[in-house]
Design a protein around this ligand. Structure first.
Ligand code: GAR
Length: 208
């Protein structure tokens, strides 16, 4: 059984999808043991408490330098015994120490079809605004392992949805969350926890 730590910053609907998937037996080879937030007011913390999951808050601004923050987060995750770290709407940049410590053991969900609409500045609703501005006909979400280059790590799963003429960033975000994010994130977590993902040359191979 793998020990899963989930990093959050906001509403935590993806965290909720992970908790539900655990309760429904979709995630059966791992257990969410702690939720760590960059924001003390994140509703995601409430979701964790409601499910008796241990919580912690770590804020970049409480550390003088970035390396100190990076080290503190690494130590916190080590102290929790995390085998897998899931970034479920985590909006703070991560550093070299934590990323290298959890190489191919840290999964992020990005709300677009990587390599489109990703990288610096593409997070949350900004992504969907850019998608609508460009007029692409399909968007979706991607799960991937985290590397030091933003949103460029090995892709685990992707699924697409149609972009509609009358979409707003909010309606598109909701369609992608409901149809893609809340499904592929739990599935990707279970694939990892059941040792079904291998990584070679920045690509993943899933064992059926
Ligand atoms: C989700 O759409 C997630 O994909 C996105 O933020 C939202 C968080 O919602 N993440 C990023 O943009 C990361 N670059 P949630 O707190 O309800 O899960």
């Amino acid at each position: 059984m793998k020990n899963i730590a989930v990093l959050v910053s906001g509403g935590g609907t993806n965290l909720q999808a992970l908790i539900d998937a655990q309760n429904d037996g979709i995630i059966k080879s791992g257990k969410i043991t702690c939720v760590i937030s960059s924001n003390p007011d994140a509703y995601a913390l409430e979701r964790a408490r409601n499910n008796n999951i241990d919580t912690a808050v770590i804020r970049r601004k409480d550390f003088e330098t970035f390396p100190e923050y990076d080290l503190a987060l690494t130590e916190l995750l080590k102290s929790k015994g995390a085998d897998l770290v899931v970034l479920a709407g985590f909006m703070t940049i991560l550093g070299h120490q934590v990323i290298s410590k959890f190489e191919n053991r840290m999964i992020n969900i990005h709300p677009a079809l990587i390599p489109s609409f990703c990288g610096e500045g593409y997070y949350g609703l900004n992504v969907h605004k850019a998608v609508l501005k460009k007029g692409v006909k399909l968007s979706g979400a991607t799960t991937h392992f985290v590397t030091e280059e933003c949103d460029a790590g090995p892709i685990i799963m992707q699924r697409a949805v149609e972009v509609k003429n009358d979409d707003t960033p909010e309606t598109l975000q909701r369609r992608i969350m409901e149809n893609v994010e809340w499904k592929i994130l739990p599935l990707s977590v279970e694939l990892f926890c059941s040792d079904k993902i291998t990584v070679k040359d920045n690509k993943t191979y899933i064992i059926d």
